[in-house]
Structure formats: structure tokens, C-alpha cells
Design a protein around this ligand. Structure first.
Ligand code: NAP
Length: 342
């Protein structure tokens, strides 16, 4: 499908793309570039690509597909470096969780003749680094593409075919719409999780130990989301501020209504709301974005088979319902790997 795929950034998402590309034979060569020698050595030891370099320019030379897999606030500096060396006719894409900000950063530095198509796979885990990736990550998950205005439809079709081959369902979207949808489906849930777990972290030592000792599924699920990469999520909230604040406003209004129901003892109101929210959960399961398998927070032998375009993959059944944190890897992982000192 492609002669040379250049991956700039080889953490969870970049390494998952590398593994799946190799598995399905989607590129003749895979060039890997990352910022730190330690990460490059790790990628090489894992055999994720064909060439390895700390110089992103060397990686993108002659590449017909370049995908940025780095934190969204790192785009400008990287694009300054690679922009002039992108090959005419190449597709330039990315995986950033926020789209308006990164499309501006890329568009300003993309030469004529290069097809700019933003991308965001709605798949991920709370883990980071090259070892945390796995080839099945994108199976049966959505990948949203945000092509720049006037992009050649043939290039969009080619990138759509690439993501489909990785197992994703692909949808094209306007960047502003993407950022609003993701604010409520992914960014606010992460903000809420960071806040709840932060509240516990601030509790008196004795109470905190009890919360941890008796942690039931509600709090436990929040802790997994709140373990997501600090740099990645800092960047999301810095670059999708308007949409997050808009959705947070609605969320807080609804929370006040719920607070009132509790205060005045409005049982009917609460029951009606909880019945509606239960339906949302069921529709997510029906849409194949989550399994109905019970989650006891420990291995329980139950697995659910998820169908994907390339066949099937086993899901451990421990997946959380939120976008970006859907699949648990069973590989050794490096917590907060790449982004610590960005
Ligand atoms: P990750 O595992 O932490 O990997 C980050 C990669 O970016 C590493 O190769 C790291 O290189 C490099 N990097 C970090 N800071 C950099 C900088 N300032 N300049 C250049 N390179 C830098 O991250 P990830 O989870 O794969 O996330 C990558 C992108 O995917 C982000 O834009 C994120 O929004 C998006 N995304 C993430 C998820 C998810 O669930 N994690 C889901 C969908 C989309 P070194 O290690 O060499 O420093």
C-alpha cells in the first residue's frame, strides 16, 4: 500500500501502528524516529521498524506516508524541522487527540503538493511507551480523519484504506465538530476522573488508606483513567480549552440538578435519570464499543470475542467504556514513558 511509512514518535500509538502495519504488510519499509535515545533503543529492541533515527528529517525523506505520534504541543517544533523535507505527493497525518490546534500547526508548515489529513484513532490505554503498543489496538475502534479543505479525494481514500486495514472503522469529520464530540466523550470523563482521584489523594491519610483498601469498581475505574499520561492530557486541556469549558458548563449544570435531587430527596427524578443513563451504556455495548462481560477488577476467565474487519481479537473484558482508554494491554509497560519531560 505504501513504500515508506515514517512514524514520528513511537509510544503507545506509534508502536501500535508499526506493529499493525508490519502484521498486515501495509508498507515496504517503516522508518522510526523519536526524541530520546533510550526510546529509540527500546523500539529497536522490539523490532518495530526497519530504520531508526533521532533525526525526524532522515525519517521523512522519501516517505509517502508520515504520521506524527507525539504530544499535541510538540507539533510546531517537529513540523518546523520536517516540513521542508516532506516528499511531494506524500500524505502527512497524525494521531493527536485534539484536531483544531494540530491541523493549524501542521497546515502552516505543509508544503504544496503534500496531502494533509489529520487523524485520531479513538483507541488507547492509560499506558505509554513503545512496549505498551499492540497490533490489535485499533480493531473495531473508530478512526476519525480530518482532511484539510480541498484535499485530493484519492489521498483520503488511501488513508481510509490504511486505517481500515488496521481494523478501524473510519469517519471523516470537521475539526471543530471532532473537538466538541471528544470533549464530552473523552476529555470531560478524564477531567472528572483526575478530579475524583485527586480528591482522594488529598484526604487524611487514614481515610485515604480505607478508600484504597475497600475500593469498589466505581473508584477503581476512575483510578485507571486518572493514571493516563500526564503530558498527553495536559496538552489536551491546553489545546481544546473552549470545547472542554463549553461541555464542562453543561456538565456542572446537570450536576447541580442532581445535587438538588439528592438534597430534596427526589427519588423519582433520580430513578428516571439513572434509567436513561443505563440505556446509554447498553447502546454502547450494542454498537460493539464495549463488552457486556462483568468486570470484577481481576482476571475472571471470561473473554468476549470482538469482530473486526481483519478477523477477530480477544478482548479481556476489562475494558472501560470511555474513548481513548478502551483496551488493556497484557505487555510490560513503562508508565508515562515518552512524555515525562516534554
Ligand atoms: P507516548 O506513549 O507517551 O509516546 C510519545 C512519543 O512522542 C514518544 O516517542 C516520545 O518520544 C515522543 N515525544 C514526547 N514529547 C516529545 C516532544 N516534545 N518532541 C518530540 N517528540 C516527543 O504517547 P501516546 O499515548 O502514543 O500519544 C501520542 C499521541 O497520540 C498524542 O498526541 C495523543 O494525543 C494521541 N493519542 C493517544 C491515545 C492514548 O490513549 N494514549 C489515544 C489516541 C490518540 P521520547 O520517548 O523519545 O521522548
Amino acid at each position: 500500500m505504501f513504500e515508506k511509512l515514517a512514524l514520528i514518535g513511537i509510544g503507545l500509538i506509534g508502536s501500535s501502528i508499526a506493529r499493525a502495519t508490519r502484521l498486515h504488510g501495509l508498507a515496504r519499509t517503516i522508518a522510526i524516529s523519536t526524541r530520546k535515545q533510550e526510546t529509540l533503543d527500546e523500539a529497536r529492541a522490539l523490532g518495530l521498524g526497519d530504520t531508526y533515527t533521532l533525526d525526524p528529517v532522515a525519517a521523512v525523506r522519501g516517505a509517502d506516508l508520515v504520521i506524527l505520534c507525539i504530544p499535541v504541543l510538540a507539533y510546531e517544533a517537529v513540523m518546523e524541522q520536517i516540513g521542508p523535507y516532506l516528499a511531494p505527493g506524500a500524505i502527512l497525518s497524525d494521531v493527536g487527540s485534539v484536531k483544531q490546534h494540530v491541523m493549524k500547526a501542521m497546515a502552516a508548515r505543509t508544503p504544496e503538493g503534500v496531502h494533509l489529513i489529520g487523524g485520531h484513532p479513538l483507541a488507547g490505554t492509560e499506558h505509554s511507551g513503545p512496549a505498551s503498543g499492540f497490533a490489535e489496538l485499533f480493531i473495531n475502534r473508530w478512526c476519525v480523519l480530518t482532511p484539510a479543505a480541498g484535499t485530493d479525494p484519492a489521498a483520503i481514500n488511501k488513508l481510509t484504506a490504511f486505517w481500515s486495514a488496521l481494523g478501524s472503522n473510519v469517519e471523516t469529520m470537521d475539526t471543530a465538530h471532532h473537538d466538541m464530540v471528544l470533549a464530552i466523550t473523552s476529555h470531560i470523563p478524564h477531567l472528572v476522573a483526575y478530579n475524583i482521584v485527586g480528591t482522594v489523594a488529598d484526604l487524611e491519610q487514614d481515610t485515604q488508606s480505607e478508600v484504597i483498601k475497600f475500593s469498589a469498581s466505581g473508584f477503581r475505574d476512575f483510578t485507571r483513567i486518572a493514571a493516563s499520561d500526564p503530558v498527553m492530557w495536559r496538552d489536551v486541556f491546553l489545546t481544546n480549552r473552549e470545547a472542554v469549558l463549553e461541555m464542562l458548563g453543561r456538565f456542572l449544570e446537570d450536576l447541580s440538578k442532581l445535587q438538588r435531587m439528592v438534597r430534596v430527596g427526589d427519588g423519582d427524578g433520580m430513578e428516571a435519570l439513572f434509567t436513561r443513563t443505563r440505556k446509554v451504556r447498553r447502546s454502547i455495548i450494542t454498537a460493539g464499543q464495549e463488552t457486556a462481560a462483568p468486570d470484577f477488577g481481576r482476571p475472571h476467565g471470561e473473554t468476549a470475542l470482538l469482530s473486526g474487519p481483519e478477523g477477530t481479537v480477544e478482548n479481556t473484558g476489562t475494558a472501560a467504556p470511555l474513548l481513548d482508554v478502551n483496551v488493556e494491554p497484557d505487555h510490560p509497560v513503562r508508565e508515562h514513558g515518552g512524555g515525562d519531560d516534554a
